[in-house]
Write a protein that binds this ligand. Structure first.
Ligand SMILES: Nc1ncnc2c1ncn2[C@@H]1O[C@H](COP(=O)(O)OP(=O)(O)OP(=O)(O)O)[C@@H](O)[C@H]1O
Length: 270
């Protein structure tokens, strides 16, 4: 078993290659994530964050390079095939769960992940309930009393917390968090970030999180990457990012890239 959960070698991504609009969105990215690394990715508008995550998830074909997860070459695997190894949580809280099913039915489906024979039966086993109740209670939102509530009736924050639980319950090799708190109000976003951190620690997960919130990128995780024009401009480990402020990060960015960070969301949240 390899300790390198994610290995990216020489990844290049081009859009509209060979046309006058050609865009070299990722430029020779090399990145290795060891087991247990929780990496926050920040960067300006169009820096390549989503392109990187989409490449890892398989929703974007790779122009050039290689991607390995848990030692397995997944470069040409479909999203569905690599879903055995990856869980992804999106920005929209409605995206990760089935609105007309209850909380416990959704959790039960998440447990059946990868077991297609049982996938279409969303019946909840009586024996599953105590575990669901315990896991929901650990979120600290009182959801342990809402097992039979339809998910679609819950708030965005409650729903995103359950989506996180569903995404982590079967301990994926790699958890992808795609601006997963960006659609929530600041207080709810903070709660969901705390829950994220707890789940990543409890399940000892390896995670890659895109965020526009520089405070969160400094506060959470044990590594911070900053992308700039398709390249990794800054790569800080836990020790290096300790004690840094947002102003320090912005100054580092300016020194590296020669320009101010151009990120509307960051500037608005300062
Ligand atoms: N489907 C596409 N077709 C053409 N160009 C694209 C496509 N997707 C992204 N790009 C371009 O690739 C570059 C990187 O985009 P990407 O969405 O990865 O940036 P980002 O860092 O996620 O930005 P943001 O924070 O603004 O969402 C940008 O120049 C963008 O315009």
């Amino acid at each position: 078993m390899t300790d390198n959960i994610l290995e990216i070698h020489g990844l290049n991504q081009y859009f509209e290659q060979g046309t006058p609009n050609e865009n070299h969105a990722l430029k020779d990215i090399n990145l290795t994530l060891k087991r247990g690394e929780f990496v926050a990715i920040i960067g300006g508008n169009g820096a390549g964050k989503s392109t990187l995550l989409n490449s890892v998830a398989g929703s974007l074909p790779v122009s050039m390079g290689q991607i390995k997860i848990g030692g397995e070459d997944v470069t040409y695997q479909s999203v569905e095939k690599r879903a055995r190894l990856i869980s992804r949580v999106f920005q929209d809280p409605r995206q990760g769960s089935a609105p007309l099913l209850t909380v416990e039915e959704n959790l039960s489906l998440a447990l059946k992940r990868g077991n297609w024979r049982n996938f279409w039966s969303h019946g909840v086993k009586r024996s599953e309930r105590p575990t669901f109740r315990k896991k929901l209670a650990s979120l600290g939102l009182g959801l342990e009393n809402r097992l039979t509530a339809e998910i679609g009736l819950l708030s965005g924050g409650q729903r995103q917390a359950i989506t996180l639980l569903m995404a982590t319950m079967k301990q994926p090799e790699l958890l992808l968090l795609d601006e997963h708190t960006a659609a929530l109000d600041p207080a709810t976003s903070a709660t969901v970030m705390q829950i994220t951190d707890k789940l990543v620690q409890d399940e000892q997960l390896t995670a890659l999180m895109i965020t526009h919130n520089m405070q969160d990128a400094l506060k959470y995780g044990n590594r911070l990457l900053m992308l700039d024009h398709g390249q990794i401009a800054i790569d800080l480990n836990a020790e290096q990012k300790k004690g840094l402020t947002v102003a320090d990060l912005l100054a580092m960015f300016k020194e590296k890239s020669g320009t101010e960070l151009n990120d509307d969301a960051v500037l608005l949240s300062e």
